[in-house]
Design a protein around this ligand. Sequence first.
Ligand code: FES
Length: 79
Amino acid sequence: MTSKTNSPLPVDVEAGQRYSWCSCGFSQTMPLCDHAHRQFSEKKSVKFIAEKTETIHLCGCAETSTPPYCDNSNQCQKG
Ligand code: FES
């Protein structure tokens, strides 16, 4: 079961911390990876380190060409 959505999702991040964005769309904690890809997909998460402490919006459909950020490839509704 997927929990993808066609809108960017907010995530509170801390400067210097590492995060894993879900690229498979099966995570129950979208837009972050919960390791569901190990069971349902060949895809792997995209790791990134937050530059600032802030709320950012990450792709929620897992189809972006600019991970982890939305590229509006699914005509997503901007949050
Ligand atoms: S659960 Fe989707 S990439 Fe890990």
